[in-house]
Design a protein. Structure first.
Length: 626
């Protein structure tokens, strides 16, 4: 009896050399495997899409995190300061510091109050200061607060120090022990600088011991009175007056400049724009975008020269098409369009078409921007499709259109702040008239751009009939502050102050809310990295960002290990179908092998009969010849 298992086929091949049943089964299996191969290919295609979405998502997140470092003036505009005498003062500068020289004269530093007790009997921190057999008192008043410290008999100088420092109601004083050769001193100091922060040891203090320690002996105390710093900036105020400060850190006198006073004397501080650092920031901005663009192009570009494969010969759907992994995806296309649009044209709220001169009468107007686009400083998107940098930001190689000079270097030399604003202005504003001034915006709600302003002034000098962006505006209680209150307007939250309150009708003007290119690109990317709350009426966006949508798509493709079919995802469902196909193939192989094994048995039976007949015929033939 033949063996009907797959192992039984070995004899079949040997017995029936004209019939390679193993090869037949293998060929038949290839046909049977076609549905499974299609499913495996399909699964790979979806996994490739998921990998593409993850790569794009990671690239977008990296771009956002990088842009965050350059998206404000303070981060983008780098200024440096040189100090002629660092022993007098140190200086730090911010973006708003005015370029120029500042003469700083320091008459005295701000000091804190210090009282120190020194006695020959104080030889170490373990010196007993109270051997009276009962409690004694150390009492002081600091900045209007009096504290009484009970000193038990047998207490050491170190105990006194700890009792003061660990007092739960300590008003910000610090006690310490100072080694002075073979002796020690006790010191208590106020931790606040300034003339008003006085420290007094009160007459109630009675610490003493038999060896001669006596805290009531005024001759053994030394005192430093607290005082304010006295200084002048650029010879102001005039002698004999001084500017006063309770701190040696001066922040509010010169905008954007912080002086750290160190000693009496004079020094010159020179503030200048660090154009090399600013240019580094610009190059860094370009690199950030270009890195993202390379990833985006690789995933979405269409290559018309690509040789596609026949569906029957390919391992992937993407070998059959000239587009990238994410070509044609709506979410990805929308994202790419938004990011590209953030870089082209004039920056929002900027008034200038490029390097064109201002109209007559506006040559010195503060609202005219010398640079308003990346192209105006020689940064363009490479249009050459054959270039390795196609679609990326590059410095324009054609300097003839800029008069033969490098426009960025020239701009950094003449107006570095205008360059910083072009990239990083955010929630700043200006007007085209002196009749009213920009005050502020609501960050995240007021959109950058140009808005018209209309109002009248009544006989009492109050603003009436105010409009911003053509919509009724709120006039604040002071009668001169206008706030855009219509949520349907991009100006929502914009606040203006009217300077000219002369009664009259028909006052008009424009306000420009500025947003630099790096700030705009950061906002686009950040907006695509969030899932807004539709129930929040103050949220300016009502759609999911691209990253949130990509997360949704990835979840839809990958799915979850859940009994809920709707949660299982495309790839998981394909995997289930592949598993079923594998089970079907295993069953098919067992059944087919058994069929061929039975065929082998039948053929073997007829082979045996054939041999018997052949033997008999041969025998008959032999007998007949005889």
């Amino acid at each position: 009896m033949a063996d009907y298992t797959s192992g039984g086929m070995a004899g079949l091949v040997q017995t029936n050399k004209d019939y390679d049943f193993k090869s037949m089964i293998a060929q038949l299996r290839k046909i049977e495997e076609m549905p499974a191969r299609k499913l495996i290919k399909w699964k790979k295609d979806w996994e490739t899409r998921v990998a593409g979405f993850k790569d794009l998502k990671d690239s977008l997140t990296t771009l956002k995190d990088s842009l965050a470092k350059l998206s404000t003036i303070d981060k983008f505009m780098v200024k440096s300061a040189a100090v002629s005498s660092t022993s007098v003062a140190g200086v730090t500068v911010g973006a708003q510091a005015q370029v120029g020289d500042y003469n700083l004269e320091v008459f005295q530093l701000a000091k804190n109050a210090i009282s120190a007790y020194s006695s020959p009997q104080l030889t170490s921190k373990t010196t007993i200061i109270n051997d009276s057999g009962s409690n004694q008192i150390f009492e002081y008043t600091y900045n209007g607060t009096t504290r009484t410290i009970n000193i038990p008999s047998g207490s050491t100088l170190n105990d006194l120090t700890n009792l003061i420092n660990n007092d739960a109601l300590n008003p910000n004083v610090r006690a310490m022990i100072i080694q002075n050769g073979s002796q020690v001193s006790f010191q208590i100091r106020g931790m606040d600088l300034g003339a008003g922060k006085t420290l007094d040891i009160t007459p109630s203090t009675n610490i003493s011991n038999a060896a001669g320690v006596n805290f009531t002996n005024a001759a053994e105390w030394t005192h430093q009175a607290p005082q304010d710093a006295k200084y002048r900036i650029n010879d102001w105020p005039a002698h004999p007056n001084w500017l006063l400060s309770s701190s040696n850190t001066i922040e509010s006198v010169v905008e954007g400049v912080t002086f750290s006073l160190r000693s009496a004397g004079s020094t010159t501080v020179t503030v200048q724009a660090d154009t090399a650092k600013i240019k580094e920031n610009i190059v860094s901005f370009m690199d950030m975008y270009n890195t993202f663009k390379l990833t985006y192009q690789a995933l979405t570009a269409v290559d018309s020269t690509k040789q596609t494969k026949d569906p029957s010969l390919t391992d992937s759907l993407f070998d059959m098409q000239q587009g990238g992994v994410l070509t044609g995806n709506y979410v990805v296309q929308l994202l790419g369009s938004q990011i590209s649009q953030a870089l082209v044209g004039a920056a929002k709220g900027f008034v200038n078409g490029g390097n064109t001169p201002p109209p007559p009468g506006l040559e010195t107007s503060p609202y005219w921007d010398p640079y308003s686009s990346l192209a105006s400083i020689g940064i363009i998107t490479d249009p050459d499709k054959d270039s390795t940098t196609f679609g990326q930001l590059i410095f324009d190689p054609d300097l003839s259109k800029y008069g033969g000079v490098n426009p960025l270097d020239e701009a950094l030399r003449t107006n570095p702040m205008a360059i910083a604003e072009l990239f990083a202005a955010k929630d700043t504003g200006k007007t085209d008239t002196n009749n009213f001034s920009f005050v502020n915006t609501l960050p995240g709600l007021t959109l950058a751009g140009e808005y018209s302003v209309e109002y009248d002034i009544d006989g009492a000098g109050r603003v009436i009939n105010a409009k911003i962006d053509g919509k009724p505006a709120i006039v604040d209680g002071d009668g001169k502050t206008i706030v855009a209150g219509d949520r349907s307007s991009g100006a929502y939250g914009l606040t203006l102050e009217v300077n000219n309150l002369t009664p009259g009708a028909g006052y008009t003007g424009k306000v420009f809310v500025k947003q630099g290119k790096a700030a705009e690109l950061y906002e686009v990317v950040a907006r695509n990295d969030t899932v807004p709350n539709p129930s929040d009426p103050d949220h300016p966006y009502t759609f999911k960002g691209a990253i949130a949508r990509m997360d949704d798509l990835i979840a839809q493709y990958v799915g979850k290990d859940s009994s809920d079919v709707s949660q299982q995802g495309i790839i998981m469902n394909i995997e289930k179908k592949i598993l079923k196909e594998e089970e079907r193939l295993a069953k098919w192989e067992r059944t087919t092998t058994a069929k061929f094994a039975r065929l082998e048995s039948t053929l073997s039976y007829y082979n045996s009969i054939q041999k018997q007949l052949e033997s008999q015929i041969k025998t008959l033939g032999s007998s007949s010849s005889k």
